[in-house]
Write a protein that binds this ligand. Structure first.
Ligand SMILES: [Zn+2]
Length: 308
């Protein structure tokens, strides 16, 4: 089980970017900034493709140290307003709605993948989607950077999870037919590199499934501090997501708004609204699961169209 909080490395390292990591354009403007542990963290917007990215951005080692820390998965009290939130509030509590979410997602995309396909779930956390796939007859396993999460999932669901960095991972037994990446749309060190790595791992007719949040959607302000975190390295929108796919050898066949299963507790916590959360603290209502339209959250099924 996840242990009590351990300290995240006090000193992070950053890398300065000279151009947009998505399209290579050099001109950008300030997008937003936050303070974290006394550091000023800035995000910029590319003037060509509108991609928003942290700059200077966390080094790969610093980013990985966040995901390996149990503080990330088990933060009870986070800085808000002028400060930054980081990670989840006791992640394990949400397993029930994450399983429901997994079943909904599989239903949307199942027609694309061959029956019983070899299917790798990337950044799988506790493996709730892997479990959903195995239950549906797929040969599925997951990779997860945090060995604590992997261990928790293996014990809870009896699924196969490798604790490692996907960017360095080579699947045993040759190409896979499907890859899924849920809830990590702002969190890779270099998304183009990661999606290209995914392309090389897939068979010629392979599929990549993932979700993302459209940062430029009109309702985005309602989401508050959601994904505005130290480890939210970049923000995509409904246009430049296709640029990311084209650069990594994919074409979207389905882009669909997601319905989300969640508890009120999880929504208030993820959007940084802690005051109502405290009011609801003692009520069963806070933990009740319901399904809501995300409006700005999208599910994507992308076909591999060429090798990169
Ligand atoms: Zn750009």
């Amino acid at each position: 089980m996840i242990s009590s909080a351990d300290p995240i490395a006090a000193s992070f390292e950053f890398v300065q970017l000279r151009e947009c990591p998505l399209c290579g354009h050099p001109e950008r403007s300030p997008a937003y900034q936050r303070r974290y542990q006394g550091m000023e963290i800035r995000w910029e917007r590319c003037q060509a493709c509108r991609f928003v990215f942290q700059n200077p951005k966390l080094s790969r080692e610093s980013l990985n140290s966040i995901y390996r820390s149990s503080t990330y998965w088990n933060v009870q009290k986070m800085e808000t307003q002028s400060g930054l939130r980081l990670g989840y509030s006791d992640y394990a509590k949400g397993e029930a709605y994450r399983l429901r979410q997994s079943q909904w997602r599989l239903k949307q995309i199942r027609r694309f993948a061959p029956e019983g396909a070899r299917w790798l779930d990337v950044a799988c956390a506790t493996g709730f989607f892997v479990k959903t796939l195995v239950d549906a007859g797929f040969q599925s396993w997951g990779v997860e950077l945090s060995s604590q999460m992997a261990q928790f999932g293996k014990e809870r669901y009896g699924v196969d999870i490798e604790a490692c960095d996907f960017d360095q991972y080579v699947p045993p037994g040759g190409p896979v037919q499907a890859l899924s990446i849920w809830g990590a749309d702002s969190n890779f060190y270099d998304p183009v590199q990661t999606y290209q790595h995914a392309n090389r791992m897939l068979s010629d007719d392979g599929w990549l499934f993932f979700n993302f949040w459209d940062f430029d959607h009109p309702i985005r302000p309602l989401l508050g501090e959601f994904k505005i975190g130290l480890n939210g390295l970049y923000q995509l929108n409904r246009k430049n997501i296709h640029l990311l796919l084209a650069k990594s050898g994919f074409r979207a066949e389905l882009v669909k708004m997601e319905w989300s299963f969640a508890s009120l507790e999880a929504i208030l916590s993820l959007t940084g609204r802690f005051l109502p959360l405290q009011w609801l603290g003692g009520l069963g209502l806070a933990r009740a699961i319901f399904q809501v339209p995300t409006f700005s959250g999208f599910l994507v099924a992308a076909r591999k169209v060429h090798s990169v």
